[in-house]
Design a protein around this ligand. Structure first.
Ligand SMILES: CCCCC/C=C/CC(=O)SCCNC(=O)CCNC(=O)[C@H](O)C(C)(C)COP(=O)(O)OP(=O)(O)OC[C@H]1O[C@@H](n2cnc3c(N)ncnc32)[C@H](O)[C@@H]1OP(=O)(O)O
Length: 393
């Protein structure tokens, strides 16, 4: 079975130096340890390591791997791999060499090491507090902050703004920065004719033979962290849906405080077609928002909604004609950005706090179900069909 899956998923796998030894994944949630709250620096370092622009080289990656394992699991306690299992043996040797180094020290060393690497390979999406018309970000994610509004724009128009793993990470960082900057409201939008075509289906293709489960686990953790950021985002968060929206870009809308859509936009969650299942807390929010019958029509049967239909179901706040969409929406947003920020935050908080715990639990459950889906034949075949251009939505 494992071999068969490996064959499927490895279609376009190229052994780049970065892939030879994969970065230690964000395994904090999956391992079920209750380390989240008091290990923020460590968690941030684990995220930052994935954003390094320059490959730090295998020697450095082995050091990071060893410190990560020591910090999360303690001294090496697994059998030594055979001599022919070169990569795993190198990893084992690096971990084992740390002997009985205490977990706390390993954690600190890991954070220090990542800081030293990050300073020469700065992460991309941070907006400085107080910045006026500050523009940061990578090519695929443009973050600007002006007149009290931080705008996070998906900028991959030729790929319909499909979200790559790098973009998930950058959006996490952009949201974290926006939650602390001096803007009043935060906006997510897309560049080009699409708002977003959902998860970039090639996120699933760079899996190395024998590492499928590890890769799927790290994607699951990334997804969970990503959705957590939306659940916890403290300021008003507004979606400016400039065109069609697919998959995760639709489900997440339930976590926004306002959704403004062009009348050109459509809303499509083809999870069954893709052998997948709902995420973004939509399995909980959608039935509450539009009633179970309408929610199931979208989430189980993949019915695509027009903007008007989405508005009637409560998913969209207001629909604007495409010809005046940008002008009308941004005029509205500029006015909102002048409202007292603390009052808006407190109002959001009081509404969100009623549900926060539940939302985190739903997110965890959805991700755990998805993790199994991603390994299913139904999902593998659907993704393969898309990538080999045999199918489209
Ligand atoms: C951390 C990971 C978390 C995972 C979370 C899971 C989320 C679930 C989802 O989001 S499910 C939704 C996934 N999305 C899709 O299935 C959409 C697939 N795309 C399409 O069906 C079509 O491209 C379209 C209907 C969106 C647009 O069709 P159109 O004919 O107008 O345009 P093209 O097909 O020619 O697209 C232009 C190029 O963009 C590439 N592309 C579009 N969407 C994606 C995508 N989601 N992933 C990867 N690539 C995408 C498309 O392949 C074209 O590329 P090319 O020009 O190189 O051929």
């Amino acid at each position: 079975m494992a071999l068969r899956l490996a064959k499927h998923w490895c279609l376009s796998a190229i052994r780049s130096p970065l892939q030879v030894i994969s970065f230690p994944a964000l395994q904090l949630h999956v391992s079920g340890t209750a380390m989240r709250a008091d290990q923020k620096d460590f968690e941030n370092a684990v995220t930052r390591v994935k954003l390094l622009k320059k490959d730090p080289g295998n020697e450095m990656k082995l050091k990071l791997y060893a410190l990560y394992k020591q910090a999360t699991e303690g001294p090496c306690n697994v059998p030594k791999p055979g001599v022919f299992n070169l990569i795993n043996k190198a990893k084992w040797d690096a971990w084992n060499a740390l002997g009985s180094l205490p977990k706390e020290t390993a954690r600190q060393n890991y954070v220090d090491l990542v800081s030293s690497l990050s300073s020469s390979s700065a992460s991309s999406s941070q907006v400085k507090p107080g910045a006026d018309k500050e523009q940061q970000g990578s090519e695929n994610l443009v973050v600007t902050s002006e007149n009290g509004i931080t705008k996070i724009m998906l900028n991959r128009p030729t790929k319909k703004n499909a979200i790559t793993t790098q973009m998930y990470q950058e959006i996490i960082l952009a949201l974290k920065a926006a939650s602390k900057d001096d803007s009043t409201i935060t906006v997510l939008t897309g560049n080009g004719d699409y708002y977003c075509s959902g998860n970039d289906l090639s996120n699933f293709t760079d899996v190395l033979s024998g590492e499928i489960e590890e890769k799927v686990k790290s994607i699951a953790i990334l997804l969970r962290d990503f959705v957590d950021c939306f659940i916890d985002f403290p300021k008003p968060l507004i979606a400016v849906v400039n065109g069609p929206a697919v998959g995760i870009s639709v489900t997440l809308l339930g976590l926004f405080d306002a959704v403004y859509a062009s009348d050109r936009a459509t809303f499509h969650t083809p999870f069954s077609h893709l052998g997948q299942s709902p995420e973004g807390c939509s399995s909980y929010i959608f039935p509450k928002m539009m009633g179970p019958a309408k929610a199931k029509e979208m989430l189980i049967f993949g019915k695509k909604l027009t903007a008007g239909e989405a508005c009637a179901r409560g998913l969209v706040t207001e629909v604007f004609p495409d010809s005046t969409f940008q002008t009308e929406v941004w005029t509205r947003l500029k006015a909102y950005s002048k409202l007292p920020p603390n009052a808006m935050r407190v109002s959001k908080q009081i509404i969100r706090n009623m549900e926060k715990e539940k939302l985190h639990a739903v997110n965890a459950e959805e991700v755990s179900v998805l993790q199994e889906r991603w390994l299913s034949d139904e999902c593998i075949n659907a993704v393969m069909n898309f990538l080999s251009k045999r199918a489209k939505l």
